[in-house]
Write a protein that binds this ligand. Structure first.
Ligand code: FMN
Length: 218
């Protein structure tokens, strides 16, 4: 662990002001009560460029340590390599993944982390960021994440077909402009759907909306 930590300390990248995400991306996670980070895959080693308070509270690491570092510092001795590979595959293929993996807090305490990693695309449809959101699952049984998934499925089931379609694209990391293009609707209409969805799903931030959609299996 110590050796890995030292290694990862050496790997922290100095993030310049221009590397920091736009306010709209900060806003994506700022209001979320769920631990969340945003990483920039256009920089070497996909470092974290934004982190919210809930992530610092969950992991015990502070912002200065986190920014500029790849999220692998949460992994440790008993982290399941096949689950890490699943995250790596999602990142490579630019697809959302939801994995329950063993991670470690700063003080060494292991915890079961139901982590979501989802791509976020820019206006041109090019990969721009990854959203990461981490939920601690109490106890050592992964099945405890089940109630979250069941709740998500129930909520999504109640939506209209159109709302579900829009949500599906949101979960894939698409912006309003691209969703409008995909569905042959105006950007204004998508914007309206997005704000109705936020209310219907009762989520405080777009990051939580993506998470709920992926938890529902979208
Ligand atoms: C946005 C984002 C969030 C991530 N969050 C976690 C996490 O919470 N826990 C974890 O074990 N890996 C997480 N990862 C994966 C690690 O950053 C890293 O890719 C993985 O541990 C593989 O490390 P390696 O490149 O050294 O093989 C995340 C990746 C991204 C892009």
């Amino acid at each position: 662990m110590d050796r890995e930590k030292n290694q990862s300390e050496q790997n922290q990248m100095a993030i310049s002001r221009s590397d920091l995400p736009k306010p709209s991306v900060m806003a994506l996670i700022d209001k979320s009560p769920i631990a969340s980070v945003v990483s920039n895959p256009r920089l070497p080693d996909n470092p974290i460029v934004a982190v919210n308070d809930a992530f610092q509270a969950l992991t015990g690491y502070d912002r200065d340590f986190i920014i500029g570092r790849n999220c692998r510092f949460l992994a440790g001795k008993a982290t399941e390599p096949w689950l890490t590979e699943e995250i790596r595959r999602g990142v490579r293929q630019q697809k959302s993944v939801l994995v329950e993996i063993l991670n470690y807090k700063k003080d060494g305490t292991p915890f079961q982390n139901a982590v979501l990693v989802a791509p976020l695309f820019d206006e041109e449809g090019e990969l721009e960021y990854f959203l990461g959101s981490q939920v601690e699952i109490d106890g050592d049984s992964a099945s405890l994440a089940k109630p979250r998934r069941m709740r998500a499925v129930a909520i999504v089931k109640d939506l209209s077909k159109r709302q579900r379609e829009v949500l599906q694209f949101i979960a894939k990391g698409l912006l309003n402009k691209q969703i409008a293009h995909e569905l042959g609707l105006s950007e204004r209409t998508i914007k309206m759907h997005r704000s109705i969805l936020m209310k219907r799903l009762n989520v405080p931030s777009a990051a939580d909306m993506v998470r709920l959609a992926v938890e529902a299996g979208m």
